[in-house]
Design a binder for this molecule. Structure first.
Ligand SMILES: [Zn+2]
Ligand SMILES: [Zn+2]
Length: 493
């Protein structure tokens, strides 16, 4: 069913439009009463089959409804009293008051209808489109899937947009991280709460939320510690299932596994509330999607994992979203020398936008990346190095680029190989190698801080947004990723 409107301007509360869809069969008087409200709440890009004020028509549902159904009805009852007590005898005052009285009655009835609709709707299975990988090596397909209602601690989201992270590519090509298929893909994204389970108190319908793949219970050994973000109660889930070891997604009778408990390349998804972070609805949805994994993993790695000191030197291998996040946080922490390394010259401009001070393209030289970094840092190497590509041989290069005795290398990338070549002498000479998941960020404590910085535009996230596709054009997105100027492909849902 479609939805369209036409007719004259409705300013003044009179609706001359025509409704097709769920509104069919209602009297013209109904439209007169609710028309002004619809104009405020609907967005063209989300105006698909749904009741007029349903979340799918209201992408920024965190904007509170102006008045509840009961308050409209209560006000309607107060109007006669106000009329009787009024000393005004002017005819227009009486006319206006009567119109207001009628509007309150109809709005109240409309809102009650809305609530009733939602109560029945949220207990139903939703059929929608999603991107599925049936088997490693078979690529991806757009499928019509079924999304179950959320159980007790779960939340069903209407996704607004998603983006592609390197881990998504490896999940399609095959990696030791993902063992279960068919896989409902995607882990970056931002969405609006469509419905919640009985025990969910921290978010409500209409809230804007970011899915994360590691939770924060604030009680386990790692959550209490400042040393790790890897919550033991809500860990990174590689089973592809919800906390009760079942799935909320299926396709043609087959159970679908959720990518990292998120499965964001879908019009709707179900996520446990402990893997969600509520954000201010004023956040740019694309930027919100970027900070759900890639950019934040880099930002956190310099901020929380390495705790880069003021005046220190930093090398960043790979200037994608993760690497640019590292540069941004290194600058924020006061690093004075930030060296970016990438084989693509077009990344120089991106790196400089985030605070990079030096750029190396190793393709232009016969020397190794670590040797080139040392040339730029007095022969000693840098204090901190970040490997953001997942390319195996770069692990040793990244470590070798740091100072003997004190250098620290953080690895953030994951490739498709189970084992990578590594020179143990790099560590023997006093360097430290550390891996990091989500940049060491504690999801509910640290991510809102990055989200606020994002809203205040403290870093130029628009530089990441280079391409955009519709969910149904996902194949095109993989082609775009091969272009040299591509940093992030946003998937509009
Ligand atoms: Zn915990
Ligand atoms: Zn990711």
């Amino acid at each position: 069913m479609g939805y369209r409107r036409r007719g004259k301007d409705i300013t003044g509360g009179v609706w001359f439009g025509e409704e097709k869809g769920e509104g069919e069969g209602l009297s013209p008087l109904f439209f007169i009463a609710v028309a002004p409200r619809r104009r405020r709440s609907c967005s063209s890009s989300f105006a698909v089959s749904a009741p007029p004020c349903h979340p799918r028509r209201r992408p920024h549902l965190a904007t509170p409804r102006p008045r509840s159904a009961h308050s409209h009805l209560a006000l309607a009852l107060v109007w006669p009293a106000l009329l009787c007590s009024s000393s005004s005898k002017r005819w227009w005052w009486w006319l206006w008051s009567c119109a207001k009285f009628a509007t309150r009655i109809f709005r109240g009835i409309f809102d009650l209808n809305y609530c009733t609709y939602n109560m029945t709707n949220t207990s139903q299975i939703i059929t929608c489109k999603a991107v599925v990988c049936w088997k490693v090596g078979e690529g991806v397909k757009i499928e019509e899937i079924q999304v179950d209602p959320p159980k007790s601690t779960e939340v069903r989201l209407k996704m607004l947009c998603s983006s592609i992270c390197h881990t998504d590519i490896t999940s399609i090509q095959g990696t030791p991280l993902f063992k279960f298929y068919p896989l409902a893909l995607g882990h970056e994204g931002i969405g609006v709460v469509e419905s919640v389970g009985d025990e969910v108190k921290s978010v409500k319908e209409g809230d804007m939320v970011i899915p994360v793949f590691v939770g924060e219970c604030k009680e386990c050994e790692n959550c209490i510690s400042e040393k790790s973000n890897l919550c033991m109660t809500y860990p990174v889930r590689l089973t592809g299932l919800m906390l009760d070891n079942t799935s909320r997604m299926s396709c043609r009778g087959h159970r679908l596994y959720h990518t990292l408990s998120c499965a964001t390349w879908s019009e709707y998804t179900v996520i446990d509330v402990n893997y969600l972070v509520k954000v201010d609805p004023s956040i740019n949805p694309a930027h919100g999607s970027f900070i759900s994994c890639g950019f934040s993993s880099g930002y956190g790695a310099a901020w929380k994992e390495a705790k880069v000191e003021s005046g220190s030197s930093v090398a960043v291998f790979g200037l994608g979203a993760v690497g640019l996040g590292v540069i941004s946080a290194a600058k924020m922490m006061g690093a004075t020398k930030i060296i970016g390394i990438d084989k693509n010259d077009m990344k120089r401009e991106k790196g400089e936008a985030f605070g990079m001070t030096h750029f190396i393209n190793p393709s232009n030289s016969g020397k190794s990346s670590s040797a080139l970094v040392k040339e730029l840092s007095g022969g000693m190497g840098v204090d901190y190095s970040f490997e953001c590509t997942g390319v195996g041989p770069l692990l040793t290069e990244s470590l070798e680029a740091t100072k003997m005795g004190t250098g620290k290398a953080i690895t953030l990338g994951s490739g498709t190989e189970p084992y990578v070549p590594f020179d143990p002498f790099s560590i023997l000479f006093g360097r430290i190698l550390k891996g990091s998941i989500f940049g060491g960020l504690k999801s509910t404590s640290d991510l809102p801080i990055i989200a606020n910085k994002c809203i205040k535009q403290e870093f130029p996230l628009q530089e990441l947004f280079t391409h955009e596709v519709k969910l149904t054009d996902i194949e095109q997105a993989f082609e775009l990723l091969k272009q040299p100027n591509c940093v992030k492909v946003v998937i509009q849902i």
